[in-house]
Design a protein around this ligand. Sequence first.
Ligand SMILES: [Zn+2]
Length: 170
Amino acid sequence: MKSEMLKKFIENSTGDSISSRKYYHFEYEESEGKGKARLIDDRGYEVSIPEAALIIEGLNNAYIIPDEEEVNDYLNNRNAKNALQDDLRFENLRITGKLFRVDRKRNWGFTCASCKKKVISEDNKIWWVIEGYDFTSDDKYCSEECAYPLHNEMLENIKKSIYKRYNIDY
Ligand SMILES: [Zn+2]
């Protein structure tokens, strides 16, 4: 009911035809240590108290009391971010460098799971794997750069599953 009145008041004040268009400005005054804003129409009249009350309520709804749905979205997002941090910490997915053992009699090698380059212990000191709390794989990488795309994809998948759990578009 009140929102209908506010709608009418604003639409009437900003109507399309020039004649019905009304402009308002604010006047500032101070009394008893309080700053006050008064709304004055284009003919110099102050708006009536009921009209001012409507506007104050409208401003209040828009700026001071946020929409419930907005608050829920905000909290949901915040919770999802916390859950994501927890999960990422828990899974602890990381790219780890391993030293080739030097005490082997024969050279040892593997094919990089990403670029398919042959890597042998003779020419290299370090090889790379992706490890996590609950993740192991036989895939080995010649460099951090080669492990990065899959590592990133795994992190993205964790993110996706969390956001899905919270019904957030991702
Ligand atoms: Zn590689």
